[in-house]
Design a protein around this ligand. Structure first.
Ligand code: CP
Ligand code: NVA
Length: 314
């Protein structure tokens, strides 16, 4: 394969909007190549002797394991660090933690609650900082989603992407990457669970320059009608367990089921970032059915994260 483009060296990835469409495309193109190379068992040792710290304040299956495997396959070493084990949990500042870790490791991935914590790490670290999910965004997931949609439809430009459910971190980042690439994005959310107004406004402004569109509706059938992609996420995100019963009631009409799929384009695909709660936001027949690209989507976390690490780490 061709070498690694050098234009993104040293850059952080804290939000989809940190990167231009061309930069995101560079990551997707590299991820496509790395996927093929992996099948051929050809490894790209882009990170020999490099260590990446993975700081987690929330549980993870995909983000943690795919990052660890990605870094190992690139010849580097991943250091999984539960945030509770750091002096950060006893009051050491984010600034000092970022400054010290930057002396040891070549990049920092962090999963936390507050987006501001990731931004603060990025401000003070002298190595790239990568967002592994916050309450308001999940930019690594959005890259894998875009890769999966491109694999099926060849591009995102003009693809109709319908998101059903909670206007949460997944919805925000999917909306931003859809707008960046000229897709037609519509989210159907119950009243009170809409995505943040500032994120919608920014995505709409972006879509106006790419020929895409962004719309927020309340009726899930309106969103599903004619869609090429039907996407959903959990109704109760990490940290929201207290409101669980109310949420299950409020989201009931938004379930991704065969009836919604029947309203979509005849070749529509079903997507979910996982973990899924079968019978809540998605039915078993859709999750495991012939229209589901969910498992491919999960695999693509590995290829896209490998691409991001190879591109940003010196
Ligand atoms: N989709 C995703 O980020 O999954 P994990 O919470 O398992 O990392
Ligand atoms: N919205 C979910 C996504 C998990 C990957 C959460 O934040 O828990």
């Amino acid at each position: 394969m061709a070498g690694i483009p050098s234009g993104l060296k040293g850059r952080s990835y804290t939000r989809v909007s940190d990167w231009t469409a061309d930069e995101l495309r560079t990551a997707l193109d590299l991820a496509d190549e790395l996927k093929v190379e992996r099948v051929r068992r050809r490894e790209l040792r882009a990170l020999p002797g490099r260590t990446v710290a993975l700081i987690f304040r929330k549980p993870s299956t995909r983000t943690r394991i795919s990052s660890e495997v990605a870094i190992a396959e690139l010849g580097g070493m991943a250091l999984y660090v539960p945030a509770a084990d750091l002096q950060l949990s006893r009051g050491e500042s984010t600034r000092d933690t970022a400054l010290v870790l930057s002396r040891f490791v070549s990049a920092i991935l962090i999963r936390t609650f507050d987006q501001a914590e990731v931004e603060e790490f990025a401000t003070h670290a002298t190595v790239p900082v990568i967002n592994g999910l916050t309450d308001t965004s999940h930019p690594l997931q959005a890259l894998a989603d875009a890769m999966t949609i491109r694999e099926r439809f060849g591009q995102l430009d003009g693809v109709r992407i319908a998101y059903l459910g909670d206007g949460n971190n997944i919805c925000h980042s999917l909306m931003r990457i859809s707008a960046r690439f000229g897709a037609h994005f519509v989210a159907a959310c119950p009243s009170g669970y809409e995505p943040r107004a500032e994120t919608v406004a920014a995505a709409k402004a972006d879509a106006a320059t790419t020929g895409g569109s962004v719309e927020i509706v309340t009726d899930p059938r309106d969103a599903a009608a004619g869609a090429n992609v039907l996407y959903t996420d959990v109704w109760v995100s990490m940290g929201q367990d207290d409101g669980r019963e109310q949420r299950l009631r409020d989201f009931e009409p938004y379930r991704l089921d065969a009836a919604k799929l029947a309203l979509a384009d005849k070749d529509a695909i079903a997507m979910h970032d996982l973990p899924a709660h079968v019978g809540e936001e998605i039915t078993e027949d859709v999750l495991y059915g012939p229209r589901s690209l969910v498992w491919e989507q999960a695999e693509n976390r590995l290829h896209t994260q490998k691409a991001v690490m190879a591109l940003v780490i010196h």
